[in-house]
Design a protein around this ligand. Structure first.
Ligand code: GDP
Ligand code: MG
Length: 175
């Protein structure tokens, strides 16, 4: 992989969901393969990127992390503009964060009329004993909302790569 080479595609992906569900950790696991227990709250808008090959093409993913404005109405259409993929994350040990997925998607749909590929992530799958949301509940919601779905653990590095690949493949197929 030659990092100086222009990518064949550049994709903008945005990530939504309640504070504390692990959005920043999921992104960091995917882009840098690290995990932090004391992840600082995201203060400024952060864009992380990663190059990867999909179907023989080099793709540059730019992933936009929310800047502590993790309330539905505080996210502006500027943030959403031009996105190819949207990820909504909930925490499988936090029922409220799961119930809020619908509001995150409704807010997104109000501001964005384009066809954007959607992915629902149930994160912290390593915390099995504290689970409050069953996997099939996540699957069902994703189906209703026409979203791809997967449970992940940023901590244990479970399924992160796989869900991102599903999203990117779908984005490339549809564009
Ligand atoms: P954000 O507010 O959605 O960006 O959440 P953060 O990425 O800052 O993570 C919030 C907290 O959850 C931090 O203490 C992380 O260490 C923790 N966390 C994130 N992902 C996981 C995970 O997969 N498993 C566990 N057990 N903890 C996680
Ligand atoms: Mg964060």
């Amino acid at each position: 992989l030659n990092p100086g080479k222009e990518a064949d595609y550049t994709c903008k992906i945005i990530i939504l969901g309640d504070k504390g569900v692990g959005k920043t950790c999921v992104i960091q696991r995917f882009t840098d393969n690290v995990f932090s227990f004391n992840q600082m709250p995201t203060i400024t808008m952060d864009i992380k990127s990663r190059l990867l090959y999909v179907n023989g093409k080099l793709c540059k993913l730019k992933i936009w992390d929310t800047a502590g404005q993790e309330r539905f109405r505080s996210i502006t259409s500027n943030y959403y503009r031009g996105s190819h993929g949207v990820i909504v994350v909930y925490d499988i040990t936090d029922k409220k964060s799961f119930e809020h997925v619908t509001r995150w998607m409704d807010n997104f749909d109000q501001l964005v009329k384009d066809d954007v590929i959607r992915l629902l992530i149930g994160n912290k799958s390593d915390l099995k004993k504290e689970r409050m949301v069953k996997e099939h509940q996540g699957q069902k919601l994703a189906k209703e909302k026409r979203m791809l779905f997967g449970e992940t653990s940023a901590k244990e590095n479970i399924n992160i790569e796989h869900v991102f690949m599903k999203l990117v493949k779908e984005i490339i197929d549809k564009n």
